[in-house]
Design a protein around this ligand. Structure first.
Ligand code: ATP
Ligand code: MG
Length: 204
């Protein structure tokens, strides 16, 4: 990414991060869901958002399809455009996290390097959760009929069919959403988030 902006100076907020965390009762940060199309990112992200909101958390989902209607509506699915999409999401997630939110991002995000850059953009806790359902199972589910279209050649650059998916080498959490039910997967995810975003003792 070419940086073109010059003559800019960073300004500090007057509200400390820990102050925001204490007010919210939890840390801010990012839960970065990654996995094939049909692995359950959207399903688990919105369920988790609702659960956490009911518990009084500040939480917001950034979801692939929604973002591609707005912020990234000018981008397609080539390697370069996917990279730019994830760069934008990484920056937006970092801003939400800085504001004290738990951001749940639900993007295929197939490239390791892009996920690494998103992690780097966030100065707050960033947890990669790999929804590790087999391609075969995702293709059988095909909730949006996209795999069938990709097999017919009607969609190019489709992850798993005609574009790569690089599995995380060291995910913070891996859930086999191909084998487990939605409820079982949710329990694992919600339990992880409860622990991962608890206030550090010094701030509690
Ligand atoms: N353990 C599970 N976790 C999540 N979803 C599951 C699970 N078991 C079955 N499913 C089903 O798998 C499908 C997952 O679809 P979903 O739209 O959430 O995938 P996605 O990862 O968001 O795909 P895309 O990248 O195309 O947006 C849903 O129909 C859901 O009910
Ligand atoms: Mg989705």
């Amino acid at each position: 990414m070419n940086t073109k902006s010059t003559n800019i100076t960073k300004v500090s907020h007057r509200v400390a991060k820990e102050t925001r965390w204490r007010a919210n009762g939890h840390q801010g940060g990012v839960i970065w869901l990654t996995g094939l199309s049909g692995s359950g990112k959207t399903t688990l992200a919105f369920e988790l958002e609702q659960r956490l909101f009911k518990q009084g958390f500040q939480v917001y989902v950034l979801d692939g399809d929604n973002i591609r209607h707005g912020l990234s509506s000018d981008l397609g699915f080539s390697h370069e455009e996917r990279t730019e999409n994830i760069r934008r999401i990484g920056e937006v997630a970092a801003l939400f996290a800085d504001a004290g939110y738990i951001v749940i991002s639900a993007f295929i995000s197939p490239y390791r390097r892009d996920r690494r850059l998103a992690r780097k953009a966030a100065s707050d806790p960033f947890h990669v959760v790999h929804l590790d359902a087999d391609l075969k199972i995702c293709e059988k589910r095909d909730p949006k009929g996209l795999y069938a279209k990709a097999r017919r050649g009607e969609i190019l650059d489709f992850t798993g069919i005609s574009a790569p998916y690089e599995k995380p080498e060291r995910a913070d959490l891996t859930i086999d959403t191909g084998v487990l039910s939605v409820e079982e997967s949710m329990d694992i995810l919600a339990d992880y988030v409860d622990r991962a975003f608890a206030l550090p003792e010094a701030a509690a």
